[in-house]
Ligand binder design. Structure first.
Ligand code: AHR
Length: 502
């Protein structure tokens, strides 16, 4: 690189990493705080439709176009009796919910969730309870959702208003069962055996289901990555996906390191992907298992409300993290990682979708889009086709946590059939504007058709009810492609998404 302060991105559409699974743009909704009650579902809100779902929330979620939705937990699922949440609402029991110490009315359950998914055109992804739940409970839920009418649980679905099976394809075998905080926590061998038997019964009901095994609940767990190896060895041929969870933080207020976290995300993927390869070889299997990063987000400012829990109230204000610009830049990099590791990552669910560590906050009659809404929106709308292996030559900076790092974090998608190509670039610098040249190594596209940017001077800037559009994307000047290259300059603390017409 001739100028040490400028960057060059070289794109060759033949250098394909993998097809991008649309399920990488998925969400997660848990019975926690005000995610379900007061978020998605609130019959008392002026925004509620005839099903009690909030139209304003549905509209914001439709914009984000979550391809699948994980539900009902999270820690909640490990104590959940799914039969509490079906049938006439006035006959459903209210319960003390132990994971978040809240009161659960059970007015929202499996049938309401399926209707909600249909409203936002999202594939349901149901988690079964492998904490207090038995393998029989898990199998019964599969029968309830997927079996034709004629037997007990399928008939219950029919009497609750749905003759046709729901055909739920994606199922999680419990949640974070490695965590001592989890209700019914198990060690790796006991979990592997229980998950295997649950998987066997669930598949006997419906062999077309795709199952997600619980991986470690973070790369920081003392049992990681042995937990992953043991569970996978016990369940390999019965599951399609293995889960990863991770919540990023800037507790140290070390923004240069925080903005380099994609290095850690990629390292985590590399390690678990290596475990997958090892177990495949060890079991002499021809079957493949992929990764489902089914809880990911920034979460640290509202940690203490999680520890305090709900005080035995309904829909308490829990973990309502307010996101700022630097958080949005970390979210954008996480999405870059999903594209760069699309060869092994096939599902990713942002945790969560409304109010609880979410891109959307609600009051009784209003919705606020947080900073993190915007990178999610740009990737969800623009990333399709294949992800590309790019050559990025960028200036570097020093971080406490990761040492020397490039100032740019980049990914790209290329959809030949749709004639679309997108480039996503984060400038991690707090101070430096970086001139970049984008060069196409093979055939140069026609033009850059859109350029959108999220940026600002203050990494801690956020949106509030008083100033809801303080941090939003702006359309910027789309550079012209001349002789197979385009030039532009990226402001510090920015995320830029370029839409390119082929
Ligand atoms: O998303 C919040 C919680 O974080 C989930 O309930 C749990 O799975 C994780 O520890």
């Amino acid at each position: 690189m001739s100028d040490p302060k400028s960057a060059r991105i070289l794109i060759d559409s033949k250098r394909v990493i993998s097809e991008i699974s649309p399920l990488l743009f998925s969400g997660f909704a848990e019975h926690l705080g005000r995610c379900i009650y007061g978020g998605i579902y609130d019959p008392t809100s002026p925004q509620a439709n005839d099903k009690g779902l909030r139209e304003d929330v549905l509209a914001a979620l439709r914009e984000l176009n979550f391809r699948s939705m994980r539900y009902p937990g999270g820690n909640f699922v490990s104590g959940y009796r799914w039969e509490d949440g079906i049938g006439p609402k006035d006959q459903r029991p209210a319960r003390r919910e132990l994971a978040w110490q809240s009161i659960e009315s059970n007015h929202f359950g499996a049938d309401e969730f399926i209707r909600f998914c249909r409203e936002i055109d999202s594939e349901p992804m149901l988690a079964v309870n492998l904490g207090t739940g038995t393998i029989q409970d898990a199998a019964n839920l599969v029968e309830y959702c997927n079996a034709p009418a004629g037997t007990q649980y399928a008939n219950m679905r029919v009497s609750n208003g749905c003759e046709a099976p729901y055909g739920v394809k994606y199922w999680c075998l419990g949640n974070e069962m490695d965590g001592p905080w989890q209700i019914g926590h198990l060690d790796a061998i006991d979990y592997g055996k229980k998950a295997r038997e649950a998987a066997k019964l669930m598949r006997l009901h419906d062999d077309s289901v795709e199952l997600v095994l619980c991986g470690s609940s973070s790369s920081l767990m003392p049992t990681y990555p042995e937990w992953d190896r043991i569970g996978l060895e016990l369940c390999w041929d019965l599951v399609q996906y293995h889960s990863m969870h991770y919540y990023a933080n800037n507790i140290e207020d070390d923004t240069p390191s925080f903005l380099a976290l994609s290095a850690e995300f990629e390292d985590y993927v590399d390690t678990v992907a290596a475990v997958l390869r090892y177990v495949k070889a060890k079991t002499r299997s021809k079957h493949d298992v992929y990764l489902s990063w089914d809880e990911w987000n920034v979460w640290y400012k509202a940690r203490e409300t999680a520890d305090r829990r709900g005080g035995w109230t309904e829909a308490p204000h829990l973990i309502e993290e307010v996101y700022n610009l630097e958080d949005a830049l970390v979210v954008a990099q996480w999405l870059n990682v999903f594209l760069r590791r699309a060869d092994v990552l096939k599902i990713a669910c942002i945790a969560q979708i409304v109010n609880v560590i979410a891109p959307i906050l609600t009051t009784r009659d209003n919705v606020l889009k947080q900073t993190t809404f915007y990178p999610l929106l740009m990737f969800s709308q623009m990333a399709s086709g294949n992800s590309l292996d790019l050559l990025v030559d960028a200036p570097r900076y020093e971080t406490k946590q990761f040492g020397d790092m490039p100032l740019l974090d980049v990914s790209a998608s290329y959809d030949e059939a749709a004639g679309e190509h997108a480039i996503f670039v984060v400038n991690r610098s707090l101070t430096e504007r970086i001139p970049i040249e984008i060069c196409w190594g093979d055939v140069a596209p026609k033009r850059i058709s859109s350029a959108q940017q999220l940026s600002g001077n203050d990494p801690k800037a956020y949106n509030s009810w008083e100033d809801p559009n303080h941090v939003t994307t702006q359309a910027i000047y789309a550079p012209r492609i001349i002789d197979g290259a385009a030039q532009m300059s990226l402001p510090p603390l920015s995320f830029t998404a370029l839409g390119v017409e082929l």
